[in-house]
Structures are given as structure tokens and as C-alpha cells.
Design a protein around this ligand. Structure first.
Ligand code: HEM
Length: 155
């Protein structure tokens, strides 16, 4: 493991990422843009599950439409993240939060693989109840924080 990290650290690519003025920031921009695609595509499905957008369209249709974007964003974020990592692999591995981040990303990837299934026979017509409850809870939780503002406006 350390041999591999030392080899990566000494590679010409790592050297280039370290010394170049524009390479690291460009990779970081690409990393964050890909993350935005992941979060945006998931948010659209969540909002449809909560019944807040595109109510005239089937959930399975929206989910099917967004899934390639989620996967593409995830693969790109991982690729650009790996390139950022190449610049200073030993330094990153020694940061416990970075190790935790990688473990969580692995879990997220597994979760996406597990969730990448059809919604079932009722998926086209209705919201699967457990998924709907989860997304509704999220929305209700946000509304709980918003309520005082809402009341102020009414008065
Ligand atoms: C798809 C899931 C991922 C998310 C949500 C994520 C999130 C982030 C965020 C928010 C930043 C900070 C960006 C900034 O400073 O503007 C970042 C930076 C970084 N990420 Fe990721 N990341 C992901 C995947 C990965 C992977 C798989 C790797 C490595 C294999 C990685 C390596 C890095 C590195 C090295 C940095 C730069 C840290 C620094 O500023 O020195 N990321 N990531």
C-alpha cells in the first residue's frame, strides 16, 4: 500500500499536478461541477417523489431519465477526485476525514448499485410508499423550519 502511494507520489503526473498553477484548480472545478450533476439529478427525483415537480409524469420515467446523469456525474467526480488525490496521495491518506470520505463514497456507490432497480409493478402509476414517506419527511422537516417565517408573512 505505502509502496503504491510512494510510487504515485513520485510519478511525473503527480509532479505536474503539484507544480502546475492551473491543473489542480481546473481538476477541482471539474470535481465540484460533477458533484453538482450528482446532487441535481438526485434532487429532481426526490422532488418528484415528494410530488413537488412534474406531477404529470411517472416517477419511473423521471428516475429513468435522471439515472444516467447521476451515474455520469458520480463517475466523473470519482475520476477527477482520483486525479486530485494523485497530487499528494500520502498527505491525503494520513487525513482521517479523507479516509472516512472515501469509505462513505464507496457506501454511496454500493447504495446506488442496490437502488438501481425498477420501481416495481406500481412504479408507473404511484409513488412507492416507503420512498414517498422518506421524501415527504425530508420536505416536512424543512417546512418545520420555515413555518415561523410563513406565520410572520401571514400576520
Ligand atoms: C462523488 C463523491 C464525491 C464528493 C461528493 C466529493 C466532494 C468533494 C468536495 C466538496 C471537495 C472540496 C472542493 C473544494 O474545495 O472546492 C472535494 C475535494 C477533493 N476530493 Fe472529492 N468528492 C467525491 C469523490 C472523491 C473521490 C473518489 C476522491 C479520491 C479518490 C476525491 C478526492 C478529493 C480530493 C483529493 C480533493 C481536494 C482536497 C484539497 O483541496 O486538497 N473525491 N471533494
Amino acid at each position: 500500500m505505502w509502496d503504491l502511494l510512494t510510487w504515485i507520489d513520485a510519478s511525473p503526473m503527480a509532479e505536474e499536478i503539484r507544480i502546475s498553477l492551473w491543473l489542480f484548480p481546473t481538476l477541482e472545478i471539474a470535481h465540484v461541477a460533477a458533484i453538482a450533476v450528482v446532487l441535481g439529478s438526485i434532487a429532481r427525483v426526490d422532488l418528484r417523489l415528494a410530488g413537488l415537480v412534474s406531477r404529470d409524469r411517472a416517477i419511473s420515467e423521471i428516475s429513468h431519465e435522471m439515472l444516467p446523469w447521476t451515474w455520469a456525474g458520480f463517475v466523473l467526480a470519482t475520476t477527477f477526485g482520483a486525479l486530485l488525490f494523485v497530487g499528494q496521495p500520502i498527505r491525503y491518506v494520513e487525513v482521517v476525514f479523507f479516509d472516512a470520505k472515501i469509505m462513505l463514497i464507496l457506501l454511496a456507490g454500493l447504495n446506488m448499485l442496490q437502488g438501481d432497480r425498477p420501481l416495481g409493478p406500481r412504479g408507473d402509476a404511484t409513488t412507492p410508499s416507503a420512498a414517498r414517506r422518506r421524501s415527504l419527511l425530508r420536505v416536512l422537516d424543512q417546512r418545520r423550519h420555515l413555518r415561523p417565517v410563513h406565520r410572520l408573512r401571514l400576520n
